[in-house]
Design a protein around this ligand. Sequence first.
Ligand code: ADP
Length: 280
Amino acid sequence: MISERIATSIGSLESTTRSRALLAAEDVWFAYYNAETLRGVNLRLAPGEIASLVGPNGSGKTTLLKVLSGILIPQRGRVTLDDTDLRRLSRRAIAQRIAVVPQEMHVPFTFTAEEIVSMGRTPHVRSWWGAGRADREVVQRVMAATHTESLAQRPFNELSGGEQQRVVIAMALAQEPRVLLLDEPTVHLDINHQIEIMELLVRLNRKEGLTVLATMHDLNMAALYFDRLIMLKEGRIVAEGTPEEAIHADNIRLVFNADVQVHVHPTRRRPQILVLPLVS
Ligand code: ADP
């Protein structure tokens, strides 16, 4: 039963993603020293998609994001951006098209929020002093889109977790990327700020056509806001498809070793899981 369902989701994935890929991993294998972490990952992100990478701790989600953004080079297989092997592109060329929002950003000095966002222009300007009016306009535009204008002159390190996350997303958007990769963008945020970030990502996807791939721990948030879920276990994609295709109690048991019930969201018709406690 489990393997049938998984096969079904993978089957539907293959038929839907044969269309043009913006970013693709082709039989990607990656090991840290001898520890095999990604084992033959095939993933195609079509332009304008919004998808989430889910899986247990240590399943390889962060590693896959790093491989997809060219930070790590796979030992086998390849990653392509618009059909060009990432290895043939300079860091600057990649950064003009792919932006990454890491799990945590440590800023050692007291930069203001606006200065942090301006750093996102680096791949487009010849030198730090070369930033011109067009660059400043981009910074203003992305700060408006992320509702961070009121934070512009505040020191980044003094902002709340939710505010910092919006500023870091604004910095990534200042790169004017076509693909935004985010590593657990809501992980340290309270529910209100989680919703704010998720709604922002969906808005950027729908209004600006930005292609979005985010790793997520919260399966309910992922199922509610993303159109496609990709489940990773031990460095392999074991299930994927629409939230309805991917979120099944038996998939969750197989991938996360957890017993849950799956219900349908009352207004959005998306699957939502309920935890079944073992203690009474
Ligand atoms: P996830 O994001 O799903 O939690 P990661 O990609 O962070 O998974 O990690 C996958 C595996 O790779 C884990 O076993 C982790 O310990 C290992 N790993 C991650 N980063 C490194 C590193 N820099 N050096 C060695 N091993 C690493």
